[in-house]
Design a protein around this ligand. Structure first.
Ligand code: CP
Length: 302
């Protein structure tokens, strides 16, 4: 595979083989420390990030890559250089892989055939965030021993969430039942329609049925119009409060891709509750990214 831009174009076997490889890397973090020796990888984040950016960097270093980090404000982007020309310039220097986060949801698709360098999507607008989806799948499988047959509830700003954008395709493909819940204005995806057959439910109903309760952040930065609900009202109506968490199945777990806003979509104490996988997701992100880097760049010549 030359690029990893989305989950929707991967089949079930490809997804499971990445999870299997991540499991190897979880048990052997330095088990392939020279795989990417002398291979230059650039992390190009045109949007803010903590988890994705640093876990890619940890993964790259654990595989022995030469890591280049990019700061948009001190790059020639401030002189008007395009994203395409930025990548093309790095490619001309011998960079073999670019891990890219962008606000534009279609740009990667539009430019992917123009490079010999490999592109890895680290979050594209509201479209897809494939490595977040993979680390979520890994965390679910690690906890429950399976994904098939589980019920996963995703709650919140479905409209603007690229994590939801990936799960909408991945979870049904792997035989999970997916239920969405959230405020009326945050449930449709005009630029990337929700596939047929995905259920919707109110939050209280969802909580009693879900094995996984995945809360999402309100993506304020992608809202064109001001929200017609305050954060306090949102917490009251759609947040995972302690009262609501008590309605979850005894075996149910809480997930969140982060960054989370304690006290908005989730009660501050629930982030680190016993049944929360939130920080395990962060840990697993390193191993998933090692597996993805191996798959995309492992065969590249120096
Ligand atoms: N989950 C996620 O993408 O987090 P960051 O924005 O911190 O990378």
């Amino acid at each position: 595979m030359k690029h990893l831009l989305d989950i929707r174009s991967l089949d079930k076997d490809q997804i499971y083989s990445i999870l299997e490889r991540a499991d190897y890397y979880k048990r052997h973090e330095y088990g392939n420390a020279h795989l990417l020796r002398n291979i230059f990888v650039a992390n190009l984040f045109f949007e803010a990030s903590t988890r994705t950016r640093f876990s890619f960097e940890v993964a790259e270093r654990q595989l022995g890559a030469e890591v280049l980090n990019f700061s948009e404000n001190s790059s020639s982007r401030v002189k008007g250089e395009t994203v395409y020309d930025t990548i093309r310039t790095l490619e001309a220097m011998g960079v073999k892989g670019a891990v890219i986060r962008l606000t534009d949801h279609q740009l990667l698709q539009n430019i992917k055939d123009k490079f010999s360098l490999s592109l890895i999507n680290a979050g594209a607008g509201s479209w897809e965030h494939p490595t977040q989806c993979l680390l979520d799948l890994f965390s679910i499988q690690e906890h429950f021993g399976r994904i098939e047959g589980l019920t996963i509830g995703i709650i919140g700003d479905i409209t603007h969430s690229r994590v939801a954008g990936s799960h909408l395709h991945a979870l049904p493909k792997l035989g999970a039942r997916l239920i969405l819940s959230g405020p009326d204005g945050m449930m449709d995806r005009p630029a990337d329609p929700i596939p047929h057959g995905i259920e919707r439910a109110n939050l209280d109903e969802l909580l009693t049925e879900a094995d996984v309760v995945m809360m999402l952040r309100i993506q304020h930065e992608r809202h064109i119009e001001k929200m017609n609900i305050s954060v306090e009202e949102y917490h009251h109506a759609y947040g995972l409060t302690k009262e609501r968490a008590a309605k979850m199945k005894k075996t149910g777990v809480i997930m969140h891709p982060g960054p989370f806003n304690r006290g908005v979509e989730i009660d501050p104490d629930l982030v680190e509750a016993e049944n929360s996988l939130i920080f395990k997701q962060v840990t697993n992100g390193v191993h998933i990214r090692m597996a993805v880097l191996e798959m995309i760049l492992g065969g590249k010549s120096r």
